[in-house]
Design a protein around this ligand. Structure first.
Ligand SMILES: [Mn+2]
Length: 243
């Protein structure tokens, strides 16, 4: 038997002069627990290399990270953002160019946090830049921006007839929350699969893909503690093995 190879979009430390590429270890660990091998992709801007990467790997994980530059969805940065991460233009560029190549090949995609947000934007959607200020509900404390261990949970409601429901098979589960932005307008070709009690979109399916699951929370952190989070990775890897 051979393990499916999963290409992981690298994270970037924009606070160091060298702008190191890096990866929170939970991403690779969760892929490995689910039966795959997670390999960090290069942050290239070479289209030929991107094409080869898209063809070579069996599935792709779009990771969490910095806020998207709001110019990507046609907005300027709000003044006095309460919690901001800075931007990572290398990632904005790579992900914007790479995602369509992966999608065209109908390779399985799991997208987390920033990955969920950029795919929404690449489908024409928009982002709430500052949840504490712009949340649809003043009950925004549901989504703490930075809780250190990322284990603070809130409910989500999962819509039937979605990939996420077919994976988790429950209408309500708890997820962790570590984001100060969220989806405003949903992009075309995406279907909401879960919302939080304040109405925020917490997950969507990518309609054209056999497996395209995107979530606002961090299932890689609670793989062992939340049954539903482990199921997401297992379903992802399973779909990467029967290409
Ligand atoms: Mn949340």
């Amino acid at each position: 038997m051979s393990y499916p190879l999963i290409g992981i979009v690298p994270q970037l430390d924009i606070t160091t002069p060298m702008r190191h590429v890096r990866l929170f270890p939970q991403y690779q660990r969760s892929i490995e627990k689910a039966g795959g091998i997670g390999v960090m992709l290069p942050l290239t801007n070479n289209k030929d290399i991107m094409n080869q990467l898209a063809q070579t790997f069996d599935g792709f994980l779009f990771t969490g990270g910095q806020d998207l530059n709001p110019h990507l969805y046609g907005e300027d940065e709000l003044e006095n953002l309460e919690a901001t991460t800075g931007y990572a233009p290398e990632r904005d560029y790579f992900e914007s160019a790479f995602y369509p190549l992966v999608k065209k090949l109908n390779k399985p995609i799991l997208a987390i946090c920033r990955g969920f947000q950029i795919i929404n934007v690449l489908h024409g959607g928009t982002i709430i830049q500052d949840l504490p200020r712009q949340s649809p509900d003043p009950n925004f404390v549901l989504h703490p921006a930075w809780n250190e261990n990322r284990e603070q949970l809130h409910d989500i409601f999962i819509n039937p007839n979605t990939s996420l429901y077919n994976i988790i098979k429950r209408k309500k589960v708890k997820v962790n929350s570590y984001h100060h932005q969220g989806i405003n307008q949903l992009g075309k070709g995406l279907t909401v699969s879960a919302t939080s009690p304040d109405g925020l979109i917490e997950a969507f399916d990518i309609d054209d893909l056999n497996f395209g699951v995107a979530v606002q929370w961090h299932p890689e952190v609670l793989y062992d503690k939340q049954l539903s989070d482990g199921k997401i990775f297992k379903a992802f890897i399973e779909n990467c093995s029967n290409k």
